[in-house]
Write a protein of this length. Structure first.
Length: 429
């Protein structure tokens, strides 16, 4: 049964601390196993990847890479209405992310020219889980920002599967999003292959995308060899609601995230005790008809809660303390709270903006910070797939005008060679 936290303020704060502690250190055995996989793939290349596919997936394809024709044939198994929904979602996501794109700039000031050059990464790798964790929506969310950023080449890795064919929905999403190359490989070995490159898998500059604990650990261990998006933890939803909210909607939205994982957290914060009780009742009534009932039940029992606050101001305060991945504002005037909710991966405003709208269709990215990291991390965006370089041009006269200041600053830091670099030009040597 989902817990109800009310009474003293300290009890609510204690629950928040307990929730944040659920994302602990990675298991040492997992760390060691992943390190060995990475080492073997770095040394053994394609053969090592194929061996791990046989070991973990039960099958390895003769060729790691799918041809474009093979991708199109696999995607033909998808329902036409699914392909159309995928197309509409991709269009919304592309429109939203196109507005994020930055341009290179030149800033002339007299004879001085400074500026910034912005360009896409040379190559990005996208990891996409297979099997029961295969999410075509994640393909769109990870690939489209990279494409908008004009990344030179987008490479996707997805497990081969025990049937010998990847998930058709994932391949259809790859075609819709504009993936350049697809490789049938999964797990930590796929992450290592993209990080180091093999005989057939090209080395990438950045790896993004969700995965199990082995994939997440591989990304963490390879950070520095390549860039990564983030280390994702269990999914989270927090809802703050006033008396105008519909308890049936609240219950449905809480369970929409609880079904992801037994460690997912689903929390309602409200000052309305009647609404809280009605939501709990609706939770267990709706739960009866859902396919992932056992996962939802364990998630709600262990990491779910209804927090009763003194008022909506306290609800906002606790929302900022939790810094959730998804934050629904189910209130009569949600925009009144928008400027005060500083720590959230993505916000869903009003009674008709449920979290799945953002997961699939609206446009803002669903790759979001978890575990309280929304205090300092942002959703995946076009900025994650670009690199920037500043540039400077000073004519002689401008450098001479600034020379004394530069020399003083350099010598104050006792970096005399820095000072000398300017002094030799000032003295005309």
């Amino acid at each position: 049964m989902i817990r109800m936290v009310k009474g003293e303020r300290q009890a609510r704060l204690a629950f928040i601390d307990e929730l944040k502690a659920r994302v602990g250190q990675a298991d040492r055995a997992v760390e060691e196993s992943v390190a060995e996989i990475i080492r073997n793939v770095k040394e053994g290349g394609d053969e090592a990847v194929q061996n791990y596919s046989r070991q973990f997936d039960g099958w390895a394809p003769e060729r790691l890479e799918l041809t474009r024709q093979e991708m199109e044939e696999i995607a033909q198994a998808c329902a036409p209405e699914f392909l159309e929904a995928l197309r509409r979602a991709a269009e919304n996501i592309r429109i939203f992310h196109a507005r994020q794109k930055q341009q290179s700039r030149i800033d002339p000031m007299g004879g001085i020219i400074t500026g910034q050059r912005v360009r896409g990464l040379h190559r990005a790798g996208v990891y996409v889980p297979g099997g029961t964790a295969g999410y075509p929506s994640s393909v769109l969310m990870n690939v489209i920002p990279a494409q908008v950023a004009e990344v030179g080449e987008i490479v996707m890795a997805t497990p081969p599967g025990r049937t010998g064919r990847p998930d058709p929905n994932i391949i259809a999403a790859a075609l819709a999003a504009g993936v350049d190359r697809v490789f049938l490989m999964g797990g930590a070995q796929a992450v290592a292959a993209m990080a180091y490159g093999t005989e057939t898998v090209p080395k990438v500059d950045k790896i993004v995308g969700p995965g199990n604990i082995f994939v997440a650990t591989a990304k963490k261990q390879l950070y520095g060899v390549v860039d990564i998006d983030m280390i994702a933890g269990p999914s989270e939803i927090l809802i703050i609601a006033d008396s105008s909210a519909n308890p049936e909607y609240l219950a449905a939205d809480l369970m929409s995230q609880a079904e992801h994982d037994k460690m997912a957290s689903a929390i309602l914060i409200t000052p309305d005790e009647k609404l809280a009780a009605q939501t709990v009742e609706a939770l267990y009534r709706q739960l009866e008809s859902l396919s992932r009932r056992e996962i939802i039940e364990e998630s709600l029992d262990t990491y779910g809660a209804v927090l009763l606050t003194e008022n909506m101001d306290e609800a906002v305060e606790f929302a900022n303390l939790l810094a959730p991945e998804h934050l629904e504002v189910c209130c009569d005037n949600p925009f009144a709270y928008l400027g005060r909710l500083d720590n959230a991966g993505s916000l869903f405003l009003g009674h008709y903006s449920p979290e799945p709208l953002g997961d699939y269709f609206a446009g803002p990215n669903h790759v979001l910070p978890t575990g309280g990291t929304a205090r300092f991390f942002s959703p995946l965006s076009v900025d994650d797939f670009v690199k920037k370089s500043g540039f400077v041009y000073y004519p002689k006269e401008a450098l001479l005008d600034a020379a004394d200041d530069i020399i003083l600053l350099a010598e104050t830091e006792e970096l005399t060679a820095h000072a000398n670099s300017v002094r030799v030009r000032k003295d005309g040597k």
